[in-house]
Design a protein around this ligand. Structure first.
Ligand SMILES: [Zn+2]
Ligand SMILES: [Zn+2]
Length: 89
């Protein structure tokens, strides 16, 4: 289905991302860093800000399933705070 709705630029494709993050959480039902199983989120290992047009954006090897705590720590460790399209289900 094609839609002519204007796309928000430099944003992840919501549908694609939602589907991918769902798949990622199915593949990794627990935090890859500490093993927590609640409120899992999907983090981009490499900041999407710098890879806006890159395949890395949706590449599983650039994605990490983690809990909010580890997610926060991951971002802290990159210094650069980035905003992912996160859906903690
Ligand atoms: Zn964790
Ligand atoms: Zn993140």
């Amino acid at each position: 289905m094609k839609s002519k709705k204007p796309k928000t630029k430099s944003k992840l494709n919501k549908d694609k991302w939602n589907e991918l993050s769902k798949q990622m959480r199915e593949m990794h039902p627990s935090c890859e860093l500490c093993g927590a199983t609640k409120n899992l989120q999907v983090h981009h290992v490499f900041c999407t800000k710098y890879y806006a047009k890159s395949i890395l954006r949706y590449h599983p090897s650039n994605l990490l399933v983690c809990c909010p705590t580890c997610h926060f720590k991951s971002h802290k460790s990159f210094i650069q705070i980035m905003v992912d399209e996160i859906k903690g289900v």
